[in-house]
Design a protein around this ligand. Structure first.
Ligand code: PMP
Length: 419
């Protein structure tokens, strides 16, 4: 069966034909058959160099041998136990070793669960109700944070089904704007936490301006507000210790997902002992999950973190530079207005003359141009996330020849996309 007819069947049984909204694109998404290294294969016989990488987890590429064999060994011994395992303690130690401000960690099943638990914990710890999040930031699909979110939800700022009573405790602020946050905090002494993606990766890829995260650290510390870094994307990607290490800032709580599960479902929240010991059963802030600390995901996480050597990070940075510089050259040669964003192994292009620094400037990008660019890439055998408001990722499995080929396809697709 081919993707087009399978999609028709899928539409009958899956809302919108997919299990998560961003996967849907026109006229129909391709259905994956297998992944290998940096390549993704579909059921129609096509092969793509993959820069979506399942939206971030696959930093070692698809089906890395060591991870898969460790996981297979684990599965033979059982897939879940409902009791603690030694592996959870090992992964906890590996994370704590790498992450500056982490002394304890709770494993959950997704990034969504991680931010939900972190926000509840921050509210309990501070005794306050409200949170500040940034316009265009995505922290998962739960009620606290679906206010001006990014990712697949940019088209639906506030989802129906979320009580206004919940939303009234979530205040949105523009990213990279100190005055906006300062004035919210000045007017309101009921703010428990600021939750921030240190690099916004759900409206493309937007870096914090110099000093912005330091400003957030300072104003939260001075006002009894917790600073939550949502590192579901940046964690273990831009540095072993994520954005906390990269920008040299200690957050109060950090949330993880994606890479920490090595390609299997997992999330986590980490922080100081003082805060984390409020989580049940050490404390009274309830958090629980049948699959928390699942041994399969934990095994994949351990093997992945161990595989992320210093050399791999160096290589990933170089590959990122190569793609970003190559794209700049192509776009300049074609006299296009553009903004290339990203760092390390993250990148995105915006077809706009604006410098993209927040939600408002990201939305000035020419989305029709992006669509044509995306379809040109797909035709040429390069798969990037199908939305302007996602970030592209490079893995350790991408080789120089894959990147060269990608730049060729990018050049062709950009030439064709110009109207
Ligand atoms: N936070 C961020 C920064 C994310 O990018 C995502 C997912 N893209 C989430 C939270 C939610 O993670 P999950 O999809 O695993 O629930």
């Amino acid at each position: 069966m081919r993707s087009d007819s399978l999609f028709k069947e899928a539409l009958e049984v899956l809302p919108g034909g997919v299990s998560s909204p961003v996967r849907r694109f026109e006229p129909y998404p391709f259905f994956a058959k297998k992944g290998e290294g940096c390549m993704l294969y579909d059921i129609d016989g096509n092969r793509y160099i993959d820069y979506c990488l399942a939206y971030g987890p696959l930093i070692l590429g698809h089906a890395p041998e060591k991870v898969i064999s460790a996981v297979c060994e684990q599965i033979k011994k059982g897939s879940t136990y409902g009791t603690p395992t030694k592996a959870e303690v090992e992964l906890a130690k590996l994370v704590i070793e790498r992450v500056p401000a982490a002394e304890m960690i709770r494993f959950v099943n997704s990034g969504t669960e991680a931010t939900m638990a972190a926000i509840r914990l921050a509210r309990a710890f501070t005794g306050k109700d409200k949170i500040i999040k940034f316009e265009g930031a995505y922290h998962g699909a739960h009620d606290y944070v679906l206010v001006k979110p990014g990712s697949g939800a940019t088209a639906a700022p506030d989802s129906p089904g979320i009580p206004t009573d919940t939303i009234k405790n979530t205040i949105s602020a523009p990213f990279n704007n100190e005055e906006a946050v300062a004035s919210i905090i000045e007017d309101d002494d009921n703010i428990a936490a600021i939750i921030v993606e240190p690099i916004m990766a759900n409206i493309g890829c937007i870096e914090p301006e110099d000093g912005y995260l330091k400003f957030l650290r300072k104003i939260t510390s001075e006002n009894g507000i917790l600073l939550i870094f949502d590192e579901v994307i940046t964690g273990f990607r831009i540095a072993p210790g994520g954005a906390q290490e990269y920008y040299n800032i200690a957050a109060d709580l950090v949330t993880y997902g994606k890479i920490i599960g090595g390609g299997f479902p997992m999330g986590a929240l980490a922080g100081s002992r003082e805060i984390m010991e409020h989580i049940s059963p050490a404390g009274d802030v309830y958090q629980a999950g049948t699959f928390n600390g699942n041994p399969v995901s934990v095994t994949a996480g351990i093997t992945t973190l161990k595989g992320l050597t210093e050399d791999i990070y160096k290589e990933l940075n170089k590959k990122g530079e190569m793609i970003r510089n190559g794209m700049k050259d192509i776009l300049e040669d074609n006299s296009l207005e553009f903004y290339i964003a990203g760092l390390s192994s993250m990148f995105q292009v915006y077809f706009t003359e604006r410098r993209v620094k927040d939600y408002t400037s990201a939305k000035t990008a020419d989305l029709e141009m992006f669509k044509r660019y995306f379809h040109g890439l797909l035709k040429g055998g390069v798969f990037v996330p199908p939305s302007q408001f996602e970030c592209c990722f490079i893995s350790a499995a991408h080789r120089k020849e894959d990147l060269d080929m990608t730049l060729e396809v990018m050049e062709e697709s950009i030439k064709k996309a110009i109207k």
